[in-house]
Ligand binder design. Structure first.
Ligand SMILES: Nc1nc2c(ncn2[C@@H]2O[C@H](COP(=O)(O)OP(=O)(O)OP(=O)(O)O)[C@@H](O)[C@H]2O)c(=O)[nH]1
Ligand SMILES: [Mg+2]
Length: 244
């Protein structure tokens, strides 16, 4: 049985960079990792993928062969992922490594809200892999308390769609660091928004406590910041999800 980390997040938040950065960090500490690329549109990757969806199809091949534009091809690629989910999961589970790092397609909504993400997770669990989803956000567009509540909400949404534990992560903190004092969060939210929306976001902040979505981990894939804290949190979550 292997451990699997899925890197999920909006376009450009740093999924590919963090996959590579965490992989190198783990390798330097003697932990063997495998890289899995699920992005059919990726060109150059900063890591050498052990499993790569592009060996089966690319966005370009789909566009050319099926006469589709980039958006149609992206959706098609996600749908093909459903068909090969079991094969990919077996391939990942067959690797002789401690951790598999799975870099997901650029557009998270295609992965999370269409059937491909849930199908892949189901296949990974069936193949015996213990799986955690890292849900990533970009610090440069996550600066307010309300943004952090939205981040936690997104984490809850991913957990509900994929049915695996999630760890919220804010990347690019070398550029800017959001303030995340938990006790202050609701007051911050109140200060940021007014009227109905304020009450709504405050209620969300409280509701998220109930399902124990925790504060995001602040990292920088570029500078290698926060990777030790991220690793500790991941290990905690892997232990917790192994208890049932
Ligand atoms: N400053 C800074 N830039 C970063 C960091 N991580 C990634 N980037 C930059 O953000 C851009 C996108 O990074 P990627 O790793 O390709 O992000 P991604 O989420 O894989 O992107 P898509 O797969 O295209 O959606 C690149 O220009 C990276 O150099 C970081 O920690 N700090
Ligand atoms: Mg990427």
């Amino acid at each position: 049985m292997g451990y699997v980390i899925l890197f999920i997040g909006p376009a450009g938040c740093g999924k590919t960079s963090l996959t590579a950065a965490l992989g190198s960090w783990l390798n330097e500490r003697g932990i063997s990792v495998a890289y899995v690329n699920l992005d059919a549109g990726a060109l150059d990757l900063p890591y050498e993928p052990n499993v790569d969806v592009r060996r089966r199809f690319t966005l370009e091949s789909i566009m050319r062969e099926e006469g589709l534009g980039p958006n149609g091809a992206m959706i098609k690629a996600a749908d093909y992922l459903v068909e090969i989910a079991d094969e990919l999961a077996e391939e990942v589970n067959g690797l002789n490594i401690e951790l598999a790092l799975i870099d997901t397609p650029g557009q998270m909504e295609v992965f999370v809200f269409r059937p491909s993400g849930p199908a892949l997770v189901k296949a990974l669990l069936k193949a015996g892999s213990r799986t955690v989803a890292l849900n990533m956000l970009d610090a440069t567009i996550t600066s307010t308390a309300t943004d952090l509540v939205v981040a936690a909400l997104l984490s809850a949404t991913i957990r509900l769609r994929l049915e695996v534990p999630t760890v919220p992560v804010v990347n690019k903190v070398d550029v800017t660091r959001p303030s995340i004092e938990r006790e202050e969060l609701i007051n911050h939210v109140k200060a940021e928004e007014y009227g109905i929306l304020s009450d709504f976001v405050s209620s969300l902040a409280k509701a998220l406590d109930v399902i124990e979505i925790r504060e995001p981990i602040l990292v920088s894939a570029k500078k290698g910041l926060g990777l030790d804290i991220l690793y500790d949190r991941l290990m905690e979550v892997f232990c917790e999800c192994g208890e049932d």
